[in-house]
Design a binder for this molecule. Structure first.
Ligand SMILES: *Cc1c(COP(=O)(O)O)cnc(C)c1O
Length: 394
């Protein structure tokens, strides 16, 4: 018996309003479908140069070693950690959610002697929270997540960077959800190693991890006593591919590069400040809408990310029914809670191209219907009216 041929590919159209992947810009989808050239084709090499230039603009850095790692955001995390850490090195990791937790795991596997500093989920780190650990652990590297996608907390970095450098350590930053949604100032904040992901605020499918290493970080990497434990993510080798030598290392995902290229162009064309302003405005509208129907944020006031809105599920409301209803009746995907927030929060993404008033108003209208179905007490229409109030205000 021969197995029957599986159905032709026909994915449903979804409104991706979760923690990522986010809505893909139509121009990015078209770029992905362009003719594939060889990865050492002069056209592609030119594209790599332009891509590096645009990534430097997005990261706001002059770092020569700025590139896109050929894998997802987690590989960005892994690349920064395994290149900077040699077995036995001391590393502090700040943990206030899932991704800090992941960094602890990655650092431990790389052989780091890890000191974790914890904060409650939804809270951020103040410099004072790190002082003691810095004095005790004398770390080579301090890792921190700028936009904790599991909690919606927005971590300020400027003062912490000062403290970390005063202690003689390198600062490693997770900007997976931050890049493209809020300002990320690599040079101004003296970030030594940073990575992002293509599928959050860059409006691209998952598959590439923009990353950048400061000259200080590069010096540490080039003076290692041991080889980087990962062949694929060894920055000294990647530098030869992305640098002027263009030595073959691995076959770059050509069409993904097209996608990220166009995605970066779209942000620079809009203007980064304009893009940040748009993210903020749509967040404010969503927040006003949710507040009007009694839904509160799970992240600390004053530290809420515009692109990832983590909110408490109202008491008595069935999480799975609401998220299932959003997906099945409206084609809208939002995220559930992870880890400590499992079953307790919803994560509503307004990332990149997905940060639009159309999405805010559509989501609020749909949510109201599903909450009403479950007998939730609120003034119907109030969320959309409140969001419109924000949009109408000058
Ligand atoms: C999504 C995310 C990651 C992991 O990226 P993947 O592309 O899923 O591998 C890491 N850190 C943060 C903060 C994220 O939001």
């Amino acid at each position: 018996m021969t197995a029957s041929l599986p159905a032709p590919l026909n994915p449903p159209v979804r409104l991706l309003m979760g923690p990522g992947p986010s809505e893909i810009h139509p121009r990015v989808l078209r770029a992905l479908a362009a003719n594939t050239v060889g990865h050492l084709d002069p056209y592609y090499l030119g594209l790599m140069n332009d891509m590096q230039q645009m990534l430097r603009a997005l990261f706001r850095t002059e770092n020569p070693m700025t590139m896109a790692i050929s894998a997802t955001g987690s590989a960005g995390m892994e690349s920064t950690v395994v290149n900077l850490i040699e077995p036995g090195d001391s590393m502090i990791v700040c943990v206030n959610g899932v991704f800090g937790e992941r960094m602890v795991d990655v650092a431990g596997r790389a052989g780091a002697n890890v000191t974790r500093v914890d904060r409650p989920w939804g809270e951020v780190f103040e410099p004072s929270h790190l002082k003691e650990a810095l004095a005790k652990a004398k770390p080579k590297v301090v890792g921190i997540v700028m936009a904790e996608t599991s909690t919606g907390a927005w971590q300020p970095l400027e003062e912490i960077s000062q403290l970390v450098h005063d202690a003689g350590a390198l600062l490693l930053v997770d900007a997976v959800t931050a890049l493209g949604g809020v300002p990320v100032e690599v040079d101004k904040w003296k970030i030594d190693a940073i990575y992002s992901g293509s599928q959050k605020c860059l409006s691209c499918p998952p598959g590439l991890a923009p990353a950048s290493f400061s000259p200080a970080a590069l010096e540490v990497i080039l003076n290692r006593k041991t080889k980087v434990q990962s062949w694929y993510l060894d920055v000294s080798m990647l530098a030869k591919y992305w640098g002027s030598e263009r030595v073959y290392h691995h076959t770059a995902p050509i069409n993904m590069t097209y996608g990220l290229y166009e995605a970066a162009r779209i942000i620079l064309e809009e203007g980064q400040e304009a893009a940040f302003g748009r993210h903020l405005r749509n967040h404010q509208a969503l927040k006003a809408g949710l507040a009007a129907i009694g839904i509160r944020y799970a992240s600390a006031e004053g530290h809420q990310l515009p692109m990832l809105n983590a909110v408490h599920i109202p008491a008595g409301i069935d999480d799975a029914k609401v998220r299932g209803g959003l997906l099945n009746c409206f084609g809208i995907e939002i995220g559930g809670g992870l880890g400590a927030f499992k079953g307790k929060v919803w994560r509503i993404g307004l990332m990149g191209h997905g940060s639009r008033q159309t999405n805010v108003l559509t989501f609020l209208g749909a949510l109201e219907q599903l909450l009403a179905e479950q007998g939730y007490k609120f003034e119907q229409g109030a969320s959309v009216a409140a969001a419109n109030g924000v949009y109408l205000a000058k």
